[in-house]
Design a protein around this ligand. Structure first.
Ligand SMILES: [Cu+2]
Length: 510
């Protein structure tokens, strides 16, 4: 089944309205429900899960420093419409099928409001996980202007909950951002990019079994999910009518496994202005942008002098990355921009020459170095699964940074995949990546480098919360832990890896 491309207009998720707001705080309620939504005009309406009746969820817009309280409410059916694997840790048969917990990705929040995977809750909070602490989460939002996103983080089933639709944007704004005179209002557009596969009846397809299947199991987790159709903001291959002027786009890869290498078929540059953690020091002109799962980038695209032209955003990242299948005509197409609207007013927005200072964290400031491997393993059913530091999720905590301490983590990738490693609570900086001898490491447990240290790519020179740890490389990151203490997680953001042991708790201690 192949759907027509550029048949439907890009939807823009609505802005979430507060229940109340006063000088000191803002309160939201966000209800998760099941409903049907049109994801393509040639397709029957699709059953999805969303926040406040919307897939993707409504965009939450807050001001830097605003104290925000959110009651996340599970109003979903008791049965999951996607195949649960009860052999996966945290999703055993004695656990309720439909559990949820929400994490704001990239936000620095108190531990009890971070959406710990075992802090799940069911409909009406009837049942809760062992780490559930409170119904109403608190977000202090002391970060600078940044593109964040909120999504499900439930132990053992987050791949299914996110695939069902539980994801949306969370944007922080500040005075500095407003002073930059960037394209704004309807010229500022969030783009959440995902891949899915559809059944003929329009329902979402998610595999019940890997290839080859596990005969003992009715439903089994798969090592990766690669969809054959690309959606942006919940529409298959949409188009966006634009004016011949500059636009600011917030790009987010919210897929399960797929990475994207995005380009414009016009060959023109995109001007990147922000990384995961907000504005860069200077914009950079790039022909392509690589986004692992959960990574964000903000770009300005200038459509001036392109009136009448159609421009396609393409993708050529193999899936899984980097050694998987190449893209085809379908998976290589993301969306289309049609420069068809008349210029409604003179474009006075700018691509700023300078945005915010970038202060590199000095290696000498680190008080602790951790060497952490990314490993392949095999379970008793013969299924491959991945580990961090060769440890399962429920092994005792080993990463225990002190509040205020700066640490350097060596991510030593012994697998053949690139893994987008995400650390909660903090932003980090990438120091470098360096090729090493994996075989020698496996035998002798020593890092033998086979090439020079390579600085992060220009598009990564800013704060990050997710980093691509590539195969045959040691990726070094540096970060300072705080301002909160308590329990958090770090994990691979390939959803199928995260759900099956490629996640570890860490604790910030005094
Ligand atoms: Cu992974």
């Amino acid at each position: 089944m192949t759907l027509s491309k550029f048949a439907d207009e890009l939807p823009i998720p609505p802005i979430l309205q507060a229940r109340w707001k006063d000088a000191s705080h803002t309160y939201y309620e966000v209800r998760m429900t099941e409903f049907k939504q049109s994801l393509h005009s040639e397709l029957n309406d699709t059953t999805v899960w969303g926040y406040e009746g919307s897939y993707p969820g409504p965009t939450i817009e807050v001001e830097s420093g605003e104290k925000v309280f959110i009651k996340w409410i599970n109003d979903l059916p008791d049965k999951h419409f996607l195949p649960i694997d009860h052999t996966v840790h945290g999703a055993e048969l004695n656990k309720p099928e439909v559990r949820t917990v929400v994490h704001v990705h990239g936000a620095s929040v108190e531990s009890e409001s971070d959406g710990y995977p075992d802090a799940w809750f069911t409909k009406g909070f009837k049942q809760v996980g062992p780490y559930f602490r409170k119904q109403i989460y608190r977000y202090d939002n002391y970060m600078r202007a940044v593109t964040l996103w909120y999504h499900d983080h439930t132990i053992g089933i987050s791949r299914l909950n996110i695939y069902a639709g539980l994801a949306g944007f969370y944007l922080l704004r500040d005075q500095r951002e407003r002073s930059l005179n960037l394209p704004s209002g309807r010229y500022e557009v969030p783009l959440i990019i995902q891949d899915k596969t559809f059944n003929k009846d329009g329902s979402l397809y998610y595999p019940k079994q890997p290839d080859p299947p596990v005969p003992e199991l009715e439903t089994s987790i798969v090592p990766e999910f690669i969809g054959d159709t690309i959606l942006v903001n919940g529409k298959v291959w949409p188009y966006l009518n634009v004016e011949p002027r500059k636009y600011r786009f917030r790009l987010l890869n919210a897929s399960n496994t797929r990475f994207y290498r995005l380009k414009l078929d016009s060959g023109q540059l995109m001007y990147q202005i922000a990384t995961d953690s907000g504005f860069m020091q200077h914009p950079i002109g790039v022909k392509e942008i690589m986004l692992g799962v959960a990574e964000r980038a903000e770009v300005i695209i200038d459509f001036s002098n392109l009136a009448g032209k159609n421009i396609i955003m393409t993708n050529d990242a193999p899936a899984p990355f980097p050694t998987g299948d190449p893209t085809n005509e379908n998976t290589g197409t993301v969306m289309q921009f049609r420069v068809t609207l008349p210029l409604s007013s003179v474009d006075t927005s700018v691509i700023p020459a300078y945005m915010v200072p970038f202060v590199p964290v000095k290696e000498e400031s680190a008080s602790k170095i951790r060497y952490l491997t990314l490993n392949d393993n095999m379970d008793k059913y013969g299924r491959e699964f991945m580990l961090l530091d060769n440890k399962q999720w429920d092994a005792p905590i080993t990463e225990n940074p002190k509040l205020g301490a700066t640490e350097i983590w060596y991510l030593i990738n012994l697998t053949t995949d690139s893994h987008p490693i995400h650390i909660h609570l903090i932003d980090f900086q990438i120091l470098d990546r360096r090729n090493f001898d994996v075989e020698k490491y496996n035998k002798e447990k020593v890092i033998h480098y086979t090439g020079p240290a390579m600085p992060p790519e220009p598009q990564e020179r800013g704060g990050k919360d997710t980093v691509r740890a590539n195969p045959n490389q040691v990726t070094r990151i540096i970060m300072k832990f705080g301002p909160y203490t308590g329990l958090y997680v770090w994990h691979c953001h390939i959803m199928e890896h995260e759900d099956y042991e490629m996640m570890r708790p860490f604790i910030v201690i005094r």
